[in-house]
Design a binder for this molecule. Sequence first.
Ligand SMILES: Nc1nc2c(ncn2[C@@H]2O[C@H](COP(=O)(O)OP(=O)(O)O)[C@@H](O)[C@H]2O)c(=O)[nH]1
Ligand SMILES: [Mg+2]
Length: 316
Amino acid sequence: MAKTSPRPGSTAATRPAPRAGKIAIVGRPNVGKSTLLNALLGEPLAITSHHPQTTRDRLCGVVRGEGVEVVLVDTPGIHGARTRLGTRMNALARGSLDACDAVLLVVELSAKPRPELDREDRAILDGIPTRVPVVLVLNKVDRVKPKELLFPVLESLARARDFAGIFPISAKRGGGVAELGRALQALAPEGEPAFEEDEITDRPLRFFASEYVREQILRATRQEVPHGVAVTVESYDESRRVPRIALVVHVDKESHKPIVLGRKGARMKEIATLARARFEELAGKQVHLEIRVKVTPGWYEDPRLLDELGYGEVAT
Ligand SMILES: Nc1nc2c(ncn2[C@@H]2O[C@H](COP(=O)(O)OP(=O)(O)O)[C@@H](O)[C@H]2O)c(=O)[nH]1
Ligand SMILES: [Mg+2]
């Protein structure tokens, strides 16, 4: 339904129909899917890190052009699962392929790129139904020098499948991202937008509070905490002038607690400061973060906690 009356001389028939598309971003862990989502959004919404499996949830970002809405679905990477958490993450990634108008398959380039897809990339590609258009994204092109090394790669990959497009890009530096964004808009079929004009994601704000805390913990603790941590929101009190968000960081073992807290809690203080700054930028308002660290042994196998974290049940 049109919200404004047509200008004199223009009729509904001459205005292009609105278009709306849904595109899943898939690929192995660590190839740069979340970095690409942020680059396309122009907003550092999703968390990224050099650790595989940083993204655990399905997260939507909304990109708009003139008369077109593209919903990008960032997914956890598809990988060999060793825990219940891993199994649920894979199911989430695969499930995103349903009901999508196209799939962005992200692979990463090495300094000396090979002219064929690696085995795992190939397996992911083969799992995408043939009716779904696939855009192949060759990320981290900034690593490839000289660029001539790319030519035989592009030529050979073009034969791997009838891709809707092949784009060498650098999600991190921005090269090729605008062009890719335009191509994605062109893929959107006719349809009404699913989101309000000021919405950029399907997730409530509080989700990002827990994500940004988890992101800073990942960055600060590097390899020290196997399985990482889970962060849940205990309460979100908006009745105060400065809203207060109480969060619980779940660690697997008592011995992980001091790693996350640091000496006299110094590390956690730093984590909280950085997460708060990032959250405030997204929310456009001040918040207080209250963070408690709790030992929840085997949280990544705990169905109840996984449900609470939104990782859905997997039919096996
Ligand atoms: N050199 C380079 N690194 C990148 C690029 N894009 C992403 N990365 C890095 O790759 C790592 C994984 O990125 P992330 O987006 O979290 O990957 P995801 O697991 O696929 O979502 C991070 O350290 C990013 O900074 C790129 O274009 N060039
Ligand atoms: Mg990710």
